[in-house]
Design a protein around this ligand. Structure first.
Ligand code: AFP
Length: 329
């Protein structure tokens, strides 16, 4: 028997939700379209001369790659004709973007169009991350403030991994986490990872250890306990790709913990709350794991700015509990 496609899975989930209108299903279908388009673009980018920088710097002060812009444009375009989406926010855009028929839209989509773009030129793994939020009630014009929502409000969240295979992972409503692998020959995602759960025990610790001189002493001690196998949790090997989606996907499948701690000169660390930490923390929590900024549950935080960052420790529940027991807060 063949596996269910992503489209079938979305429609079955919709049928099981008593008040579903089909709008969220269409958004998820468009996200899968964006994933397929970006995946194809990445495959051909080297041959088409689309590797490398644009020469511009984004709102975060980071070099913008050609594929960052191409991927961002794909996300903008797939929602252009979908009236359910009032507006979008992207890691690559300074401000929110509202569509012409924004008054009809019930949802916002927030995304990091191409995460880990430092891996583009080396043909390493990349990803896209997305979150869907409901537009707050009210007739007034939409403002940036309306996008500054807590992670627990996410209506759907997920990511697309562009590795040797392209994998789409999402959760919607109160649903489980499901993963789908793209069959390029027919352009369809098929269910390969039903009801994903993070193993509690085993796996890896994943952190950029070259930041050690910028960490506070409790973080240095924490990471050292992982390196020396002194956590009491058992051995954890080290893995780090520089692309959060790839490191997170491994953590989801194998267990352990991904960390991007705050730095002395940047106490909130590097990862963006709305486009990175919040959506993948929802996936982790729905899969039985845990996510914290060191003290608080990531999904309880509420950002005050569109591009706000936060420290992040996410993964297996026992590992994240251990992390919290070692940090001073
Ligand atoms: P880019 O998308 O700008 O490459 O950033 C990737 C990222 O936000 C995340 O995917 C990685 O986990 C993290 O940065 C890597 O940062 P370091 O290079 O500082 O370890």
């Amino acid at each position: 028997m063949s596996r269910p496609t992503l489209t079938e899975h979305i429609l079955l989930s919709q049928a099981a939700a008593p008040h579903a209108t089909g709008e969220l299903s269409r958004i998820l279908a468009r996200l899968s379209l964006a994933g397929r388009m970006i995946s194809q673009r990445i495959l051909n980018a080297g041959c088409l001369g689309e590797h490398g920088d644009t020469g511009e710097v984004n709102v975060q002060g980071e070099d913008v790659k050609m594929l960052d812009i191409l991927s961002n444009d794909i996300f903008i375009r797939v929602f252009d004709t979908l009236s359910s989406v009032a507006g979008i926010a992207s890691e690559e855009m300074e401000d929110i973007h509202l569509y012409d028929d924004w008054e009809m839209g019930k949802y916002f989509v927030l995304f990091d169009p191409l995460d880990g773009s430092g891996n583009i030129d080396i043909d390493g793994s990349l990803g896209s991350i997305f979150a869907v939020h409901a537009r707050p009630e009210g007739d007034g014009p939409i403002t940036q403030e309306d996008f500054l929502q807590s992670g627990k409000n996410q209506v759907a969240a997920g990511y697309i991994l562009y590795g040797p295979a392209t994998v789409f992972v999402y959760t919607a409503g109160q649903g489980a986490v499901s993963g789908f692998t793209l069959d390029r020959s027919v352009g369809e995602f098929f269910l390969t990872h039903p009801n994903m759960t993070i193993p509690d025990g085993g796996g890896h610790y994943s952190v950029n250890e070259s930041n050690q001189t910028k960490w506070e002493s409790d973080v240095v001690d924490l990471v050292e306990s992982y390196r020396l196998g002194k956590t009491g949790l058992g051995k954890r090997g080290a893995r780090y790709t520089g692309a959060f989606v790839a490191d997170f996907h491994r953590t989801l499948l194998k267990g352990g913990v991904f960390m991007y701690p705050g730095l002395k000169d940047r106490p909130r660390g590097k990862l963006r709350y709305l486009y990175e930490a919040s959506p993948l923390s929802m996936i982790a929590v729905r899969a039985g794991g845990k996510a914290t900024d060191g003290v608080r549950d990531i999904l309880d935080l509420k950002p005050e700015a569109l591009h706000e960052r936060c420290p992040l420790y996410v993964g297996s529940k026992s590992d994240v509990d251990y992390v919290m027991s070692r940090l001073k807060g």
